[in-house]
Design a protein around this ligand. Structure first.
Ligand code: ATP
Length: 263
């Protein structure tokens, strides 16, 4: 029996309207890979695959997402948009806003966002990664399908990860049941994605900036080939591009093929 019971979610406030079709599985390679297969077979927008155990959980650019069933919540949501992928710049940032709002609605404090796709927890003057987001886009006959993969640590993973990691239990006084966590996130995702389909990222920009972990701080932008640019992180624009103040002026970075680190 998977840890998530879809019947319990159907009665959660805000999710009752049949907007989501929730599929819970004990194990799969990755919830996004499973959902991509189902999308290819015509799964409707709003389909959610929740996986207790991922044998090949994915991050960006070939990296792995590592999680243990009881300590985490890993799921993917299918959402279809009209128009081309070019209209969806900033989508992973908007998803971060939804995730932050969902966790805050459960009483979480210190939720912060890092460009382009991480949810961090502010703790002891520093930040640790609380959740990861992976958005994968593909065009179909009607427009663009987004498979939105999300991994949330309910409890902090062990210290086997290369960067500091945190758990939701460190951000709340009492960790809510995983059904309530999933329902809160899905509710906010529906709101944010519906608004995004009309206004793009601009409608979520202010909410993103308010939670921006590294606003005004010195950062280093590292490309896949190892080249780096140093600058001051000035936040994001209406397209979700990072604004980096460098010695050569303000650079606008849209490409996801770079990683942002504290300088
Ligand atoms: P970027 O800044 O380029 O997004 P990233 O290191 O955050 O870099 P992602 O692809 O977003 O990369 O996430 C994958 C990374 O997250 C892994 O390489 C690992 O460092 C880290 N990670 C994997 N599992 C967890 C987890 N359960 N909790 C926190 N961090 C994790």
């Amino acid at each position: 029996m998977p840890l998530i019971d879809p019947a319990l979610l159907r009665s959660a406030p805000g999710l009752a309207a049949g907007r989501f079709a929730i599929i819970a599985v004990d194990e799969c390679d990755s919830s996004s890979s499973e959902l991509l297969r189902r999308a290819a077979q015509g799964a409707p927008t709003g389909t959610v695959v929740v996986a207790d155990r991922q044998t090949a959980g994915r991050g960006r650019r070939g990296r792995s997402w590592l999680s243990a069933p009881a300590a985490s919540l890993t799921f993917s949501l299918l959402w279809r948009f009209s128009g081309s992928p070019a209209k969806l710049s900033g989508l992973s940032l908007a998803v971060g806003v939804a995730l932050a709002r969902g966790l805050e609605s459960l009483g979480a404090n210190g939720i912060s966002l890092k460009w382009p796709n991480d949810v961090l927890l502010a703790a002891a003057g520093d930040f640790a990664k609380l959740a990861g987001i992976l958005v994968e886009l593909a065009t179909d006959r009607e427009g663009t399908q987004a498979v939105i993969g999300i991994g949330v640590n309910l409890q902090a993973p062990g210290d086997y990860l290369p960067q500091p990691a945190a758990g939701l239990d460190q951000a709340v006084t009492l960790l809510p049941d995983r059904h309530l966590v999933l329902a809160a996130i899905l509710r906010e995702l529906a709101r944010v994605l519906e608004a995004f389909a009309v206004d793009g990222f601009s409608g979520a920009k202010m909410a993103w900036q308010q939670r921006h972990a590294w606003q005004g701080l010195a950062v280093r932008l590292v490309a896949d080939d190892g080249t780096a640019v140093d600058g001051i992180c000035e936040g994001v624009d209406d397209d979700g591009a990072l604004l980096l103040a460098t010695a050569a002026g303000v650079q606008r970075i849209l490409s996801g093929h770079v990683s942002l680190r504290r300088a």
